[in-house]
Design a protein around this ligand. Structure first.
Ligand code: ATR
Length: 275
C-alpha cells in the first residue's frame, strides 16, 4: 500500500519539502507520496492523532507548530531540550518526535568546518532555528556565543547551554568575529524581500572563518556575498541545511539512504523556478 508522508504548518503552501521528498521517493523507487497539510494551532493535536489513526507514516512540522507539537509526541532527548520538533515518526505505533533542524545543521558544519569540538562559534539569532543549531553545537563541545537583537533572549538560550555566552548586537562585533572560527546567521535577516540586509559586512570578517547562512531565499544572501568579498573560502548557504534536515527525516522514516543529490537538485530547481 502506498505510504503517506507530509508536512503540517500554517502557512505551508510554499514549503519545498513536498518537491524534495517526492523526488527522493521516486529516486529510491518507493511507493510513497509526500503532501502539504495546512493545520492551524487549534487543530494540531487532532491532526497528529488523526494522522496516526489514518496510518500516515511520517510528518514534518513547520512554522508555527514546532514548539507546540512537542506536547503531542514522545520526543527524543535533544528535541526535548531544544523545546521543538520538526519530524514525527509513526512507525512504532505512537508518534515519536525528533528535531532534524539541529541534526541537519550539524552535518553541514561538520562537512565544512571538520571537527566541532573546541571551535568558537558566533551564532546570530535566538529563535527556534538558533536554538536547534546551538544545542547540537554545544553537545559536540563547541564554545558558542549567541548574538541577538533582543539580548535577554540570547541570555536565556545561552543559560541552557553548557559552554556559552550571550551578547546583543550593540557590541563591537568585529572583535567577536576575530576570535571566532564559525559564523552562523540563524535570523531572518537578508531573507527575501529584504535581500540587502546583513548583520555583518566584509570588513568585519577574516578569510579563515566558516560562514553559514540558514536563509535560502535568495540562495546567495548579502552575508554570503560579503563573505566572498572578505576572501572567506568556506561558505555554506541555507539550501544545504534544508536538504540535510530533510535527509535526516527521510532516514528516520524509511531507514533508507537518502539520495542527497537528487533532493538538493529538486530544491534548487524549485527555488530557481520561483525566483
Ligand atoms: P525562527 O524560529 O525561524 O528562528 P523566530 O523565533 O521568530 O524564528 O526568530 C527570529 C530571529 O531573527 C530572532 O533571533 C530575531 O531577533 P529578536 O529575538 O530580537 O526578535 C531575529 N531577527 C529578526 N529580524 C531581525 C532584524 N531585523 N535584526 C536583527 N535580528 C532579527
Amino acid at each position: 500500500m502506498k505510504k503517506i508522508y507530509g508536512v503540517i504548518g500554517d502557512p505551508v503552501a510554499h514549503s519545498l519539502s513536498p518537491v524534495m521528498h517526492n523526488a527522493a521517493f521516486e529516486k529510491r523507487g518507493m511507493d510513497a507520496v509526500y503532501l502539504a497539510f495546512r493545520v492551524s494551532m487549534d487543530e494540531l493535536g487532532d491532526a497528529i492523532r488523526g494522522a496516526k489513526s489514518l496510518g500516515i507514516s511520517g510528518l514534518n512540522v513547520t512554522i508555527p507548530l514546532k514548539e507546540q507539537a512537542l506536547f503531542f509526541v514522545d520526543a527524543e532527548k535533544v528535541a526535548k531540550k531544544i523545546g521543538a520538533i520538526n519530524t514525527i515518526d509513526f512507525s512504532s505505533g505512537r508518534p515519536v518526535g525528533y528535531n532534524t533542524d539541529g541534526i541537519g545543521s550539524l552535518r553541514v558544519l561538520k562537512e565544512t568546518a571538520g571537527e566541532i569540538k573546541g571551535k568558537s562559534v558566533l551564532i546570530f539569532g535566538a529563535g527556534g532555528a538558533a536554538k536547534a543549531i546551538s544545542f547540537y553545537l554545544d553537545t559536540e563541545g563547541a564554545k558558542v556565543t549567541v548574538a541577538n537583537r533582543t539580548k535577554e533572549r540570547a541570555a536565556r538560550l545561552a543559560s541552557k547551554l553548557s559552554n556559552a555566552d550571550a551578547i546583543g548586537l550593540d557590541v563591537e562585533l568585529k572583535e567577536r568575529i576575530k576570535d571566532s572560527d564559525i559564523l552562523i546567521n540563524a535570523t531572518s535577516v537578508g531573507m527575501h524581500p529584504h535581500e540587502n540586509a546583513t548583520l555583518v559586512t566584509a570588513d568585519m570578517m577574516h578569510p579563515d572563518l566558516v560562514v553559514f547562512d540558514i536563509v535560502y531565499t535568495p540562495m546567495e544572501t548579502r552575508l554570503l556575498k560579503e563573505a566572498t568579498r572578505a576572501g572567506v573560502k568556506k561558505i555554506v548557504n541555507g539550501v544545504k541545511m534544508l536538504v540535510y534536515q530533510g535527509a535526516a527525516s527521510f532516514q528516520i522514516w524509511t531507514h533508507e539512504e537518502p539520495p542527497i543529490e537528487v533532493m538538493e537538485e529538486a530544491v534548487t530547481d524549485a527555488l530557481i523556478r520561483t525566483s
